[in-house]
Design a protein around this ligand. Structure first.
Ligand SMILES: *Cc1c(COP(=O)(O)O)cnc(C)c1O
Length: 426
């Protein structure tokens, strides 16, 4: 008799984007013909630049001739692309070898699947607020207890509150141990085994500085924990003192996996391309160096047959000097939008964070308004769709995320509408 994976029933957070859509549809049918501005989801909107596009076309054309046709590619991804990725790490002063790189169809899949090479007994630690994938995949894998709607937390997960006072950066001391917590039905003291970090963070846009990353690396090395570092927005870091890769921290190659994406860099959200780095030096309690690298290879070759060869050809063009300069243009374009949103909100006396080194504006709701109440207010009065901070974790309550991934004209109109129509209650 087949049985379902009952862990799915525990999932509480999956309602975020469906709930947004539900409220937007309800508003649209109650107000036919009224224009709605979307500053909600983090989806790219600008066209892929010419040189990078020619790489994608070239990849497709090669398939049209017997001499250049290729079928299944190399296990870990096109060797030329893995070499180009290894070279990218040299630019940020980190040393990664091509055999430590695994090309994939995106960072979401990698950040979701990476937990499968670790035991179910591992305790995970997450930033709060965070990208929901880290928690949800561990819930599905059975690494948590039930969701407690009062605290907004799952039993058995260590939440690292990222607060305004600490610049929305997680603090290693906040999670050294969580006492009396239930894990697999037992009340025990939890220690973090798998630590998910995302910097620049989605949704807060906060970037971890060198010192805070060093503290996490030190903790991970002392405890044989693993840091899973999602660097999907590293391309938006302007401040040269802020790390773009966890491997800029000494010793990180012994304790960290990095996940990267071409999505927010080159507008590859629909093309699908990313990578994971599993260093040879990485080892945990019951493993030898190289073993986790081999296990991720085994996992990928069993469950996945490689990223599209067209996308990989495009990726090579992205990492070429011409492609990198085109991507710089895209990043500047979205960052200019972020600046427009920030200035508009600040002119209304609203406190905003995040947008310096990330394409998101994280705003503090005026008057301590709850996330969903403010979402409704923005939609009804200004006709702007946002993302309620509470949807990313309990510490996001009272905040709102605004995405800068729109066309500048529309972003400008949205900001004007907020300025004109949002009723000031503060
Ligand atoms: C957008 C995003 C990604 C990128 O995912 P892809 O699957 O590569 O498109 C990864 N992590 C975070 C936090 C994101 O916001």
């Amino acid at each position: 008799m087949a049985k379902i994976n009952s862990n799915y029933a525990k999932l509480a957070a999956g309602y975020l984007f469906p709930e947004i859509n539900k409220r937007v549809s309800a508003f649209a049918s109650a107000n036919p013909g009224v224009n709605v501005y979307r500053l909600g989801i983090g989806n790219t909107t600008e066209a892929i630049p010419a040189h990078i596009l020619s790489g994608l076309s070239f990849g497709a054309e090669k398939l049209g001739k017997r001499e250049t046709y290729s079928g299944y590619g190399d296990e870990q991804g096109d060797k030329r692309l893995r070499e180009a990725i290894a070279n990218y790490y040299l630019d940020v002063d980190a040393k990664i070898a091509p055999n430590e790189v695994f090309v994939s169809d995106g960072a979401k899949c990698d950040s979701a699947n990476i937990q499968s090479i670790f035991s179910r007994d591992n305790v995970i630690a997450v930033q709060d607020p965070a990208y929901p994938v880290y928690i949800d995949t561990n819930v599905i894998a059975g690494r948590t207890g039930k969701f407690d709607s009062k605290s907004g937390q799952y039993e058995g997960i260590i939440y690292m509150p990222c607060t305004e006072e600490e610049g929305f950066i997680p603090n290693v001391s906040s999670f050294r141990i969580k006492t009396g917590e239930k894990f697999h039905g037992l009340r025990i003291n939890l220690k973090a085994d798998l630590i998910y970090l995302c910097s620049p963070n989605n949704p807060t846009g906060a970037v971890m500085n060198r010192k805070s990353l060093e503290n996490f690396v030190q903790y991970a090395r002392e405890n044989k924990s693993v840091i899973i570092f999602d660097a999907a927005y590293s391309w938006y870091v302007k401040d040269p003192d802020l790390p773009k890769s966890i491997y800029q921290i000494e010793g990180a190659n012994e304790c960290a996996i990095e996940i990267q994406s071409f999505s927010k860099l080159a507008g590859f959200t629909g093309v699908r391309l990313g990578w994971a780095v599993v260093p040879m030096a990485l080892a945990v309690k019951n493993s030898k160096p190289g073993q986790l690298n081999g296990m991720w290879n085994r996992r990928q070759t069993t469950f996945f047959n490689g990223a599209s060869n067209i996308a990989q050809e495009g990726g090579l063009y992205v990492l070429s000097p011409e492609g990198r300069s085109e991507c710089g243009g895209l990043v500047n374009y979205y960052m200019n939008n972020a600046g427009i949103i920030r200035k508009g909100l600040e002119s209304m006396g609203i406190k905003v964070y995040g947008e310096d080194n990330a394409p998101y504006v994280w705003m503090k709701n005026p008057n301590g308004m709850k996330s969903w109440d403010f979402f409704d207010k923005m939609l009804k009065e200004a006709r702007v769709v946002t993302t309620p901070g509470a949807g990313f974790g309990p510490s996001g309550e009272g905040y709102t995320r605004l995405s800068a991934f729109g066309h500048t004209e529309r972003v400008q109109e949205a900001v004007e509408s907020i300025k004109k129509n949002l009723e000031r209650t503060w």
